[in-house]
Ligand binder design. Structure first.
Ligand code: SF4
Length: 456
């Protein structure tokens, strides 16, 4: 999971992009970068760290221009290093320059890289963004394709999830994989500046009013002549004839104030909470407590449907990153202790319905339950707003080893015992589907193992 942004038309494109990247910082906290074109040169700056640490006023002054592509990174393909940080830039001395940032993961990375290397294309990183930009540059420079043709070839050859922003010195392009696995939304602000981002909350921050999703297998070109929505590549689109939106974007990844795949994220979460409550008829408890933040709206829905009062008994320190997206287990463990605390004298003697969005490895929730028990809770009934995660994701989420997943290692009863709760229930798959307007248009592979694209 990463966040991308593209800006066209604003003389302070770098500043605008940095603001937008800050709004999607939750999508990646290891590193970030910006490529900015002034029409003659594409300037690049990237570094490990958070947007507000990396893009200081001094740094932004070194990035003049009216076109920007930016990225916040959560490592999936390639380690957490500066080399693997996006955007990636291809520069030629007297010819064109290109920069690209992408969100997703490619399932035939190795094959495409081997093919390009055989054509004397060289790589500086293990990152899929570099593969995408070098593929395009190779098609344009070596094969004499124009940019749109090159993107269409990319869509034919490269398989996986990719929501991409790509710029030349004078143009911005946005394009998206035929299955539209990761979200991507664009629009214009009142000044006519074009903004594209992973989530609509970025467009809100940048005062973009009208907005649309980038179509499946679609290409949008922005230059001095305006915006050209080239639309989806019909041959490509017809091949699969449906989307595979990542359902986890609604469950966990996206901000609740975002809108994508035709849904308000917060409403899907509220519906999930209601469904959890319907599965729980007759359960007596004193309060419903969410694990903040992604389960907040699920707890709101649960409370509304059950009549059990909602209480914000757990407090989250917002200056610590998301625990799930920290790459090392040791760092994850340390983060959990620093991230959550209980309200003083709140849990003593209470029967608690604790709502969380998912169980991946089970490390975070076990520590939280221990905290609540130490605070004196009499009973804890854990409700999970997704089905059990039994399979790894190959489309942008770093769960490479199935053996790391709690539901793959233990039975429901064993997980309940290990976490230390009185009862444990997951949302069932049918209920999850009922929370979505177009349930057949989603990927659920981490729950059912039915991958829309097999790893090659
Ligand atoms: S496997 Fe899971 S996390 Fe990955 S795209 Fe599908 S639903 Fe999303």
């Amino acid at each position: 999971m990463c966040g991308i942004i593209g800006i066209y038309g604003n003389p302070e494109a770098a500043r605008m992009a940095a603001l937008g990247m800050f709004a999607e910082q939750h999508r990646g906290q290891e590193s970030c970068g910006l490529a900015v074109s002034d029409g003659k040169v594409i300037h690049l700056y990237k570094s490990m760290g958070l947007v507000k640490e990396v893009f200081t006023d001094e740094v932004l002054k070194t990035l003049p221009g009216y076109i920007a592509v930016g990225h916040v990174r959560y490592p999936t393909k390639g380690a957490a290093t500066k080399f693997n940080t996006q955007p990636h830039l291809v520069e030629t001395l007297f010819g064109p320059s290109y920069a690209l940032a992408s969100n997703g993961d490619l399932v035939n990375y190795d094959q495409i890289r081997a093919r390009l290397e055989a054509e004397n294309v060289y790589f500086n990183s293990d990152n899929d963004g570099e593969l995408l930009v070098k593929y395009l540059a190779w098609q344009i420079i070596a094969k004499n394709k124009d940019v749109v043709e090159a993107i269409r070839c990319l869509m034919k050859d490269i398989k996986g999830a990719y929501s991409c922003v790509f710029c030349t010195r004078k143009e911005l392009y946005m394009f998206r994989d035929p299955l539209s696995i990761r979200p991507m939304i664009w629009g214009k602000n009142i000044n006519g500046d074009v903004v594209v981002a992973s989530e609509s909350c970025v467009l809100d921050i940048l005062d973009v009013n009208g907005r649309s999703e980038v179509p499946a297998a679609g290409i949008i070109e922005v230059n001095a002549d305006g915006v050209k929505v080239i639309g989806n590549n019909p041959a490509q689109y017809r091949q699969q004839n449906h989307h595979s939106y990542c359902v986890f974007e609604h469950i966990y990844f996206s901000r609740p104030d975002s809108y994508h795949f035709g849904e308000n994220v917060f409403e899907v979460r509220e519906d999930i909470g209601r469904k959890l409550a319907e599965q729980d008829k007759g359960l007596e408890a004193d309060c419903v407590v969410p694990v903040p933040d992604s389960a907040n709206f699920m707890a709101v829905g649960y409370s509304a449907a059950s009549g059990i009062p909602l209480s914000l008994g757990l407090i989250r320190n917002h200056y610590i990153g998301r625990t799930f997206i920290k790459p090392e287990q040791t760092i994850r463990d340390e983060s959990v202790r620093q991230k959550f605390n209980v309200l003083p004298n709140f849990f003593k003697g209470k029967k608690v319905v604790l709502v969380d969005d998912s169980i991946v490895r089970g490390t975070t929730i076990r520590k939280i339950v221990r905290m609540i028990k130490l605070a004196g809770a009499e009973e804890i009934h854990l409700r999970i707003g997704s089905p059990a995660i039994c399979y790894s994701c190959y489309y942008g989420i770093d769960t490479p080893h199935r053996e790391e997943l709690a539901a793959n290692r233990y039975s429901l009863e064993e997980i309940k015992e290990r976490i230390g709760v009185n009862s444990l229930k997951y949302l069932d798959m049918n209920s999850l589907r009922e929370c979505l307007k177009e349930p057949d248009e989603y990927c659920y592979a981490c729950f059912d193992g039915k991958y829309p694209l097999e790893k090659e």
